[in-house]
Design a protein around this ligand. Structure first.
Ligand SMILES: NC(=O)c1ccc[n+]([C@@H]2O[C@H](COP(=O)([O-])OP(=O)(O)OC[C@H]3O[C@@H](n4cnc5c(N)ncnc54)[C@H](OP(=O)(O)O)[C@@H]3O)[C@@H](O)[C@H]2O)c1
Length: 416
């Protein structure tokens, strides 16, 4: 295949945009140059000559000399308009914007298929870890059973600082922001929404399941209670924010983002600071573990660079599994999960009737209350107490699994 030169129209010159500029300067082998950069704030001091910059997106989108658009802005709505327009104009696009991708994936896949224009986004899931192209290509034929991992660098940085360095939550979050790991809107990180957006991308490339973010249960790290932290410490476990997608024996998929108790010997216990880790479990290759930096200027830019290199060889995602695995759909009511729930007296106890089984209960006026139990994944997502103030839910150290019995309510619904 012939290699082509890339003349890049770059949107955004923040943490990742500047990182890309720096890594491109040190990668002479890749025949790519940044032709023009679109940014937003006119008053900002820039490290490059003023004539490189524009504040009008059309200067990039309508320039026939710019063959590739690299979209690295922190506004998902505007990013969607830019990416869609670029694809429709036949410009290949590389983006790091997982929120934009997760919210518009079906349409963006369709546009790629009708126009034949590639859209690559390796940096949008786990930054420097090469997971998307691996899931898309390497695990093309092997039967993937699950993907499970730490996919958000900021929350892992915060949890590591709190656990290892005994830092308070607010100080750890501020430091993650200072270091450029955090999203501009920190709620995306700490509420588990960024991890959920990445899980949407992993589901599409691991299993060919294209789902909306709102279909996935996501619990972040803001409600992790002192009692849950003490429980973890007493059991010799570590709390990590884990995204998991698992093929169920009945043919469905279970997927969720949950704070999770991790055993010290587990691969994910070795994922510290802003690093990400992803475990794949497949029938023939068995268990594999990707570990690397999940945020930051250079690691994220390195994945963008890899996508640019892939474009020079004419690479595009084929999304083969969407056709191969058309039968695989999310089935939260066919899955169950073991959880620790801590709660205070003011918030009220979780409803026992929601659980398949309650294993252990503890009440203390001084330390607070908890129970451990097994609950249907769909039932947990619907539980009114899940988001109540003072309630904390943490997955116990066991994977999502197929429900032993379908809840009676579902059987009735099926009959009806
Ligand atoms: N930081 C990371 O570690 C990381 C890792 C993986 C993925 N990402 C993703 O990469 C993207 C960029 O993140 P970042 O950390 O580099 O953000 P950032 O440091 O906040 O920079 C954002 C850039 O976008 C520009 N911008 C915002 N709205 C714009 C618009 N409408 N038109 C043109 N430019 C606009 C800003 O312009 P001004 O300079 O004028 O303000 C700024 O240069 C996001 O989608 C993020 O989710 C980031």
């Amino acid at each position: 295949m012939t290699r082509t030169d890339l003349n890049i129209g770059l949107f955004g010159f923040g943490v990742v945009g500047q990182g890309l500029h720096a890594v491109l300067a040190r990668t002479p082998g890749l025949r790519a140059r940044i032709g023009r950069i679109a940014v937003k704030n006119r008053g900002k001091a820039r490290s490059l000559p003023a004539e490189v910059f524009t504040y009008d997106k059309n200067d990039l989108l309508s320039d026939p000399g710019l063959t590739v658009i690299v979209e690295l802005i922190d506004d998902a709505d505007e990013a969607y308009l830019i990416v869609k327009e670029a694809l429709l104009r036949g410009k290949a696009v590389v983006t790091a914007n997982k929120k934009m991708l997760a919210e518009h994936l079906p349409e963006l896949i369709e546009i790629q298929q009708t126009t034949g224009t590639p859209l690559l986004y390796e940096s949008a899931a786990c930054a420097s870890l090469p997971v998307i192209r691996n899931l898309e290509e390497y695990y093309d034929t092997d039967l993937l059973e699950s993907v499970e991992g730490i996919v958000n660098g900021s929350t892992n940085y915060i949890l590591t600082a709190m656990h290892r360095d005994a830092q308070p939550y607010a100080a750890a979050l501020a430091r993650a922001q200072e270091l450029g790991f955090a999203e501009s809107d920190p709620a995306l990180d700490v509420e588990g929404l960024d991890a959920r957006n990445k899980l949407v991308l992993l589901l599409a490339h691991a299993f060919g399941a294209v789902v909306a973010p709102a279909e996935l249960l996501a619990v972040g790290i803001t409600s992790i209670s002192e009692l849950a932290t003490a429980y973890a410490r007493e059991q010799g476990l570590i709390i990590k924010l884990v995204a998991e997608a698992r093929r169920l024996p009945g043919g469905g998929l279970a997927a969720a983002v949950l704070p999770t108790l991790v055993r010290p010997g587990h691969e994910l216990a070795q994922v510290h600071d802003e690093f990400n880790g992803l475990i794949t479990q497949s029938t023939f290759a068995d268990r594999q573990f990707f570990l690397g930096r999940g945020a930051g200027a250079f690691p994220t830019a390195s994945a963008v660079l890899s996508d640019l290199s892939a474009l020079t060889y004419g690479y595009r995602y084929a999304y083969k599994k969407i056709h191969q695995n058309a039968h695989l759909v999310l089935a939260p009511d066919a899955a169950e999960v073991d959880v620790l729930v801590t709660f205070d007296d003011a918030s009220g106890a979780p409803d026992r009737a929601d659980f398949v089984a309650v294993h252990q209960e503890f009440r203390s006026a001084q330390r607070g209350n908890y129970l451990t139990g097994t609950i249907g994944l769909g039932q947990l997502a619907r539980a009114s107490w899940l988001r109540a103030p003072g309630v904390c839910v943490v997955r116990l150290a066991s994977p999502l699994r197929a429900a032993v019995a379908v809840p009676a309510a579902l059987e009735e619904a099926a009959v009806a």
